[in-house]
Ligand binder design. Structure first.
Ligand code: BDP
Length: 720
């Protein structure tokens, strides 16, 4: 055979090829990259503070502590972690509980450990028998793992650890990811590939990703995962699938992550062969009792059920003339002895009810306050419609004082650019959490409803609809990782600022170089407002394309009225916006008086929500001195201009991070620019057919007609 290449050439080629393939950063490691500390001064100080490590205890969680330290120190300091069994020298990192370590028990940490509860921890510089030590102490091993991740974060972000003295206690008890993953591995509203859960291969093959998933979640304090879609498939409750779920639970357990499942309400009919799923039918009760006992035989620390009932076609207690409370309590009663909970979603609305959709959940749920068992949460989306780029807070917050309420945020960007837009969601989360409900007078912020302090509830929790899939970098868009991170950090500490979270994330995910951090942080902090501007400014909402929700669709007017766009924007020749004032649908009546009055009056209603609550004349003058029409146009154009500025910022940072992620983001920003123009032109041209006013002269004219935009069809958009 004739050789085309000299013998030595091919191996060189392969070496080069594989070098290119593995040299870069593919985003897999998320924020746990543990890159070598580039500042020699900092590195030296860490080396001397971390000469040896004394970890006490014996559990899977303690193994995880050791493993993570090994990984972190090897990466950041380039040395093997030296584990010792007694305190020998200065520069010891000491980790333990008062129970596992006599040394820790002897330290004056009692007061602090009394406050840290089950999951909190203390990190403190201490002199122990004349040896300079850094101590991570907690009441339980899981607190030690959380403390270890916090400590590693301090190193990753170049903190001075010589003075560290902190105590950290989670704001909420239940910090959950809600996966909208189907058993066929599609992910509803998922933009990062298929489901991580390879049901077909489970439990035989346990992908290493499952453990990394657990590590990464533990690093931000997430302590539970609802594995399956709220539009539930009852099969997950059958032994075939419980065995698979149990295998995942086994991997997650050392990392403090409990498994929850979605319960399809009529499972007794679908997989139990009962004629009904009536919650008051004794046979149905018996069926669930058996089922729940069976689940606990597979997963002894099973967390409980998330239920979407009588919503968007899902079965529920109302099919049998029963209330949400009767349905929830039937499950809760059986879960209670096992320590399980029910998260009952309040995302309900019905097009057969002739009432503003924004009002329906409140109308249905407030009469049930006090009727739910104590292990039931009502889980409420941040706003009254559906995860829009901007919504006012949901009026149910504060309105059910006798019911623990769980927040549901959407981390996946269904309405915020899906997989292609850089939109940092912490400002959206915080805007909601900081809103004052006035439920108990001024200072009744939603964060206090959620952490249980407003009404002294024993239970508190926050859920985020996950944006994770099987893409190599987990979330698709490299910046979507920041939203997963931000959700977890906030659920742990509701007082964190959007800037602090962004900065931590940038430092760990990219670099500690200020030249990169400062502009990127600024870009992230503004990015949600940019998206609001080019999608739904001034309080517009629900004007996206049908079904897949990708791109604009302000003209959508077919099918169920409450799934159209015209239902929400109500544009006509006089003006635009949904009148939810006392003169209109009166949705404002569901808020407490101070908030109600503010929203009711267009003069005091925040302009960012104006068209949510008011139908405004096109020529009404706003605070900027511009009319509603002019301001609408300018907002759309500002949105697009901001994306162009993000591109310039990003391009100026070439060389500061790895080429792989730099180029990936660069390409996505270009898609975002094009899609922002699509949104802008489609909406401005469409609304112009009502206002019949010219686009302000200083703004560049769209190069296509509204018909052109109406005719754009997108096929196979992911996530439906
Ligand atoms: C909407 C989604 C839909 C979900 C629903 C829900 O479009 O796919 O099933 O919410 O939260 O945002 O139940």
């Amino acid at each position: 055979m004739k050789r085309i290449f000299p013998l030595g050439f091919l191996p060189v080629c392969f070496a080069l090829l594989s070098f290119t393939a593995v040299s870069g950063e593919d985003g897999y490691r998320l924020w746990l990259r543990y890159e070598a500390i580039s500042d020699t001064g900092i590195s030296r100080s860490y080396h001397s503070a971390l000469q040896q490590i004394l970890v006490t205890g014996n559990s899977g969680t303690i193994d995880a502590v050791r493993e993570e330290l090994e990984r972190g120190l090897e990466g950041m300091l380039g040395k093997k972690a030296l584990f010792v069994s007694q305190l020998i020298s200065n520069g010891t990192l000491m980790i333990g509980t008062p129970e596992s370590s006599a040394l820790i028990a002897s330290l004056p940490l009692k007061d602090q450990l009394q406050k840290t509860g089950q999951e909190g921890y203390v990190i403190k510089n201490c002199n122990v028998f004349n040896k300079a030590c850094i101590v991570i102490a907690a009441n339980n091993d899981i607190g030690l793992l959380y403390g270890t991740f916090h400590f590693l974060r301090l190193l990753q972000t170049y903190h001075d650890i010589g003075t560290t003295d902190l105590i950290s206690i989670p704001s909420t008890q239940i910090r959950l990811l809600n996966h909208w993953d189907n058993l066929d591995r599609t992910v509803e509203r998922g933009y990062a590939g298929f489901s991580l859960w390879n049901w077909h291969l489970l439990p035989g093959y346990l992908s290493p990703r499952y453990k990394d998933y657990a590590r990464v979640n533990a690093s931000i304090g997430i302590n539970g995962a609802v594995l399956t879609n709220v539009n539930a498939n009852a099969l997950v409750l059958t032994p075939q699938y419980l065995e698979k779920a149990a295998a995942l639970a086994g991997i997650f357990r050392p990392y403090g992550i409990r498994i929850y499942l979605t319960a399809r309400f009529n499972a007794p009919v679908e997989i139990g062969e009962l004629p009904s799923a009536d919650p008051l039918d004794p046979r149905v009760n018996e069926w669930w009792e058996k089922k729940i006992t069976e689940i606990y035989s597979y997963i002894p620390d099973f967390g409980g059920f998330l239920v979407k009932a009588n919503s968007e076609g899902q079965p529920g207690p109302q099919n049998y003339g029963r209330t949400h409370a009767e349905g929830a309590n039937m499950l809760a009663r059986t879960l209670a002895p096992h320590g399980g909970i029910v998260m009952w979603r309040a995302f309900v609305y019905d097009n057969n009810i002739p009432e503003d959709r924004a009002k329906q959940a409140y109308n249905e749920f407030t009469p049930l306050d006090g009727k739910f068992d104590r292990n039931v949460f009502v889980q409420v989306k941040n706003g009254p419609i559906d995860f829009q780029p901007r919504e006012p807070f949901h009026p149910l917050f504060g309105a059910m004082p006798n019911t623990p309420m769980m927040m549901e945020f959407q981390i996946t960007q269904e309405y915020l650019g899906q997989g292609t837009h850089l939109v940092y969601l912490a400002p959206l989360f915080k805007e909601c959490l900081e809103s004052d409900t006035y439920a108990r007078g001024k200072g009744s912020e939603i964060s206090k409803v959620i952490d249980g302090t407003l009404e002294n509830h024993g239970y508190s929790g926050m859920a985020g609809v996950s944006n994770i899939g099987d893409e190599r970098n987990w979330c698709g868009h490299p910046f979507a990782q920041a939203n997963w991170y931000a959700f977890g950090r906030l659920a742990w500490d509701l007082s964190l600022t959007t800037g602090t979270i962004a900065e931590e994330w940038i430092r760990m995910t990219f670099t500690n170089d200020d030249g990169f951090i400062i502009p990127v942080k600024q870009m992230m902090l503004n990015s949600r407002e940019y998206a609001v501007n080019y999608m739904t400014p001034l309080g517009l909402h629900h004007i996206m394309a049908m079904h897949h929700h990708h791109g604009p669709g302000p003209w959508v007017d077919e099918g169920r009225p409450d799934w159209t766009s015209v239902y929400y924007h109500r544009a006509d020749s006089t003006g635009i916006g949904f009148d939810r004032t006392s003169r209109g649908s009166n949705a404002i009546s569901q808020y407490f008086p101070e908030v109600r009055q503010m929203f009711d009056n267009p003069g005091t209603c925040p302009e960012s929500l104006l068209l949510w609550f008011h139908h405004m004349n096109w020529d009404h003058t706003l605070s900027s001195g511009q009319t509603v029409w002019e301001e609408l146009c300018h907002a759309y154009y500002r949105g697009v201009d901001s994306v162009k500025k993000m591109q310039q910022t990003w391009n100026s940072l070439a060389g500061k991070i790895d080429a792989e992620r730099f180029n990936h983001v660069k390409a996505l920003l270009e898609i975002q620019r094009k899609e922002s123009i699509w949104w802008r032109n489609a909406c401005v041209l469409y609304f112009q057919t009502f206002s019949r006013l010219p686009i302000p002269e200083e703004l560049e004219k769209p190069d296509q007609t509204v018909e052109y935009y109406r005719n754009i069809k997108k096929y196979y958009v992911p996530g439906i």
